[in-house]
Design a protein around this ligand. Structure first.
Ligand code: SF4
Ligand code: SF4
Length: 149
């Protein structure tokens, strides 16, 4: 298989190539709490209500921006600005000129290899359907310092 991400600049990728980079880890679908005063971002293990925690896929992918206004669309134009994406995020890695990890579906040819490698949120995330927003602070897993404007 052509390892297109190693030689095609992200701006020149087709939509299908760009979409195929997502490894389906579900990490970007975890809720965050932002403290604008500090400024800090608190990452939680509470997953968006539309994340299917069995498959780690979005249940409303084609209408996600309409269903969830906070859902962020990662595109080649903005990926460099999203420093909150996890370090393992395939978009982030490729935008930084790095290779995809060995467990990535594009490397293995197996659509389920991210789950098999234990790299999804499936085993430790909890759906926001079970955790109301005023309890998200009890599920913080990481605190990130944000850059001042
Ligand atoms: S963190 Fe990146 S690779 Fe993982 S699901 Fe989100 S966009 Fe895809
Ligand atoms: S709407 Fe879908 S893609 Fe967006 S955060 Fe929720 S689960 Fe993730």
């Amino acid at each position: 298989m052509d390892k297109f991400w190693q030689h095609i600049p992200i701006q020149d990728m087709t939509d299908a190539q760009w979409e195929s980079l997502c490894d389906g880890c579900g990490r970007c679908c975890l809720q965050k709490i932002i403290d604008d005063d500090e400024p800090l971002m608190y990452h939680t293990r509470v997953a968006c209500r539309y994340l299917d925690l069995k498959t780690c896929r979005c249940e409303v992918y084609d209408q996600r921006q309409a269903k969830m206004p906070d859902c962020t669309k990662v595109t080649p134009d903005v990926v460099a600005d999203f420093d909150w994406l996890p370090e393992t995020c395939a978009y982030r890695l490729v935008a930084q000129g790095e290779d995809l990890p060995s467990w990535h579906p594009l490397q293995t040819g197996d659509a389920k290899s991210t789950i098999k490698a234990g790299m999804t949120v499936k085993k430790w995330a909890v759906s926001e359907r079970k955790v109301p927003a005023d309890h998200w602070a009890e599920y913080i897993i990481e605190i990130q310092q944000l850059e001042e404007d």
